[in-house]
Design a protein around this ligand. Structure first.
Ligand code: AMP
Ligand code: MG
Length: 418
């Protein structure tokens, strides 16, 4: 890490904060937005339900057939060869209006209303049709191949709890109970920018000593989710007035201000100084690798996160601290991280002291087990270690690495989507 020389000198002076403790303090300090808005179902995709939704209808609204076949009276099918007269048909959306009496049946299709009198459906593959009769052998239990009224949702049931994130299944469920609009929490306003004199924006040729600003693209990518409305303030130079103005503009408009770089008490890092002047910010040194420095606090009414400048540190820090905060601020019900165990294909090196998030490639083996392989050199400046990975390997602070064949905890990148 670029700040390693400073870190090595200041480490004994300030205790490192554990990841759990840091996350606990963050989640304790923030609250969910309270404003809501009513949206058409499709626009609500990915948003958080603001109040419990109750069903006004039964789903299904009527008993219906689970198969294409014949609606029968189960008593009629005694086990010996049975012949039943076909007296009509019930198609999906076109019910049969009469009743099924002893010795009778109705041709029925999947989703069609069960006719009065019938209590079971014979699959068409199990009967032979001869003219206007069916021949069947064997018995049939009452209820066979019948889907009952309200089996999915009963009128008065809670369909979705407040705090639920609306994915495809959830908006489909709301549609199934006839709900066309839904009240959701308003989106979070997030303003972000990166700091650093060495940063050049895309489209410009690099001057000596410059690098392209990748963190703003990482932040844009990580923030682009339905619960967030984000604004990019660009690259802010390491210069007092520029940093002050950016913070002022950001804090006026945002629920959350996110920056990258300048949180490691460097000579040209005015972020630290400005934040002390304009807000109440803690500069933490997290017991984690990558991503030791993290600034967190308030900037006016906004919550502030200052991510480290190294690109991998910025991303790992975002996923471990900022994303849980976004989930809480947007009103989402608590979200347990998706963690599981995978077997190392090769030795993983690690020194005890700080927890590590190594980048790994998960692979499903033919026997159904998961293996994980490090994506190689783990420098916090190496973005390729992220693009080659599909998970973070969590190694606890006291871990001394893992041997080939040992089980380690992994968090798939899939867990960061939303
Ligand atoms: P800092 O946290 O500002 O001391 O930066 C640490 C390291 O991350 C330095 O090597 C910076 O050049 C690099 N860095 C800072 N900001 C960015 C950025 N936006 N994009 C890419 N690298 C960055
Ligand atoms: Mg910097």
């Amino acid at each position: 890490m670029s700040n390693s020389s400073k870190d090595c000198c200041s480490e004994p002076e300030q205790k490192l904060l554990s990841i759990d403790e840091g996350r606990k303090r963050i989640l304790h300090a923030i609250e969910a937005v309270t404003a809501t808005e009513q949206l058409p179902l499709r626009s609500a995709l990915g948003r958080i339900v603001a109040s419990t939704i109750i069903a006004n209808v039964d789903v299904p609204p009527f008993d219906n057939s689970a198969m294409d076949g014949y609606a029968v009276r189960s008593k009629d099918c005694s086990g010996t060869e049975t012949r039943l007269d076909i007296i009509g048909s019930s198609f999906a959306g076109k019910p049969f209006s009469g009743s099924v009496n002893p010795g009778q049946c109705v041709r029925i299709m999947t989703g069609a209303v069960m006719p009065d009198g019938a209590d079971a459906v014979l699959m068409q593959e199990h009967v032979a049709q001869r003219g206007q009769q069916i021949h069947c052998s064997g018995t049939v239990a009452a209820g066979q191949n019948v889907r009952y009224t309200a089996e999915d949702t009963r009128r008065g049931d809670v369909v979705l709890e407040s705090g639920t994130r609306l994915g495809a299944p959830e908006i489909a469920l709301l549609a199934s109970v006839g709900v066309g609009e839904v009240r959701v929490n308003r989106r979070l306003r997030v303003v972000f920018f990166s700091t650093g004199d060495e940063l050049s924006s895309l489209g410009n040729a690099l001057e000596p000593g410059q690098i392209y600003d990748s963190n703003r693209y990482a932040m844009f990518g990580m923030l682009s989710r339905p619960v967030v409305e984000c604004t990019d303030l660009g690259v802010i130079a390491d210069e007092r007035d520029a940093v002050r103005n950016a913070f002022r503009e950001a804090s006026e408009a945002a629920d959350l201000v996110l920056t990258s770089g300048g949180v490691s008490v460097g000579e040209a890092d005015f972020v630290t100084e400005m934040l002390d002047e304009m807000g109440s910010i803690n500069f933490w040194r997290m017991a984690m690798k990558p991503g030791k420095p993290l600034a967190f606090g308030r900037l006016g009414k906004a919550t502030f996160f200052g991510l480290p400048g190294n690109p991998v540190s910025a991303m790992v820090t975002f996923y471990q601290f900022v994303l849980p905060a976004i989930r809480k601020m947007s009103g989402e019900n608590s979200h347990a991280p998706l963690l599981f165990q995978a077997r190392c294909t090769k030795h993983l090196k690690k020194a005890p002291g700080r927890a590590e998030f190594q980048r790994g490639a998960l692979e499903l083996q033919q026997d159904g087990s998961w293996t994980v392989t490090s994506t190689g050199t783990q420098g916090s400046h190496l973005l390729t270690s992220m693009t080659r990975a599909n998970c973070l390997i969590h190694l606890s602070a006291d871990s001394t690495g893992a041997d080939e064949g040992e089980m380690v905890t992994v968090q798939p990148f899939q867990d960061f989507v939303g």
